[in-house]
Write a protein that binds this ligand. Structure first.
Ligand SMILES: O=C(O)CCC(=O)C(=O)O
Length: 317
């Protein structure tokens, strides 16, 4: 007599993943397989960069400081005012930078020294982001002592400033990559971005960015070029001046809008988002003394700017 199985009565074998008895896959197994294939396909698209997941832009980054890429908006990418254009911007890939930039064009301001303005090099959001990162950590600016290489206090430079570590976050990396694209100098040759703040009366007397000592050229060699990004407009004063430029500056269209200090040479008026690139070395690798430059005193308003010094070789940051 066959043994009875009283305990098994009423319990059915699980059917979910099993093939049916006639050898055909069950609908559950088919659905699961389709889901797995779709997930693998999606992961492959993400891995090859064909498709990217939305990243919310930090709409309050300028005031939140250290946040790397995601900030307020609680991951929704939605701006406080809920506007759709802000939302669309918030979903941009931050490796391209932050926000929308206005029309970009290059203006040659001088060939002796070589100096160019890249209009709308940074977006308003990027300017605010840099200021927001720097603001809590500003200290009185110093100059480099040419004998010891150490920083020292100086009446030549009365602004306050701080350095942002090279490559510190996605937005900074995007800006540094943009600088490399525009200057043709690798990002590795650049020092960290320095953010500067000038209040009324503060200035930077004319000076060279290149070094005349050996100490300061040990890391990365000579400074060959400087890119100076204006993070704010300035109501009056605060122009960057090249006192020895070989240009008849009185014929320039904007001459009458300049402060008295700026009229003493070729001057560029700060405009939020614009960047001034000038070369401390000539194309034959000799130092260019015409690159003497300074920041005129701010007369009205505030001046925020960010400087990156670019070396001839890799700079260990
Ligand atoms: O602020 C300016 O316009 C000049 C700044 C400058 O000369 C520098 O950072 O080397």
């Amino acid at each position: 007599m066959a043994p009875t199985r009283p305990l098994m009565r009423g319990i059915r074998p699980p059917r979910v993943f099993a093939a049916s008895r006639n050898g055909r896959a069950s609908p559950y197994a088919l659905a699961l397989a389709a889901l797995l294939v779709a997930s693998a396909f999606l992961l492959a698209l993400i891995a090859f960069g064909v498709f990217s997941l939305p990243v919310s832009a930090p709409t309050k980054l300028a005031t939140t400081g250290d946040t790397e890429t995601t900030g307020s908006g609680a991951g929704t990418g939605e701006a406080a005012d809920g506007s759709s254009s802000r939302r669309a911007r918030g979903r941009r890939d931050l490796s391209e930078g932050l926000g929308e930039r206005g029309a970009q064009w290059t203006e040659v301001v001088s060939w002796e020294p070589r100096a160019f303005v890249y209009h709308n090099f940074l977006s308003k959001e990027e300017c605010e982001y840099l200021i927001g990162l720097a603001k809590p950590r500003m200290v009185k600016s110093t100059v480099v002592d040419s004998t010891t290489g150490k920083s020292k206090d100086s009446r030549v430079r009365t602004s306050s400033g701080m350095f942002l570590q090279r490559g510190r976050d996605k937005v900074i990396r995007a800006i540094e990559r943009r600088i490399a694209d525009y200057t043709f100098i690798p990002a590795e040759n650049g020092e960290g971005l320095q953010v500067l703040h000038y209040e009324v009366g503060q200035k930077y007397e004319p000076h060279f960015d290149y070094f005349l000592d050996e100490f300061n050229t040990k890391n990365g060699g000579q400074r060959m070029a400087t890119i100076l990004m204006y993070l704010s407009d300035v109501e009056e004063g605060g122009e960057t001046i090249f006192p020895d430029a070989n240009v008849n500056s009185s014929s320039l269209a904007w001459h009458n809008d300049l402060s008295e200090c700026a009229k003493r040479g070729l001057a560029v008026k700060p405009k939020m988002g614009d960047a001034l690139l000038f070369w401390s070395m000539r194309p034959d690798a000799t130092l260019d003394p015409l690159s003497l430059h300074g920041g005129c005193p701010v007369i009205k308003g505030n001046k925020w700017s960010s400087t990156k010094w670019l070396h001839v070789n890799e700079y260990k940051a």
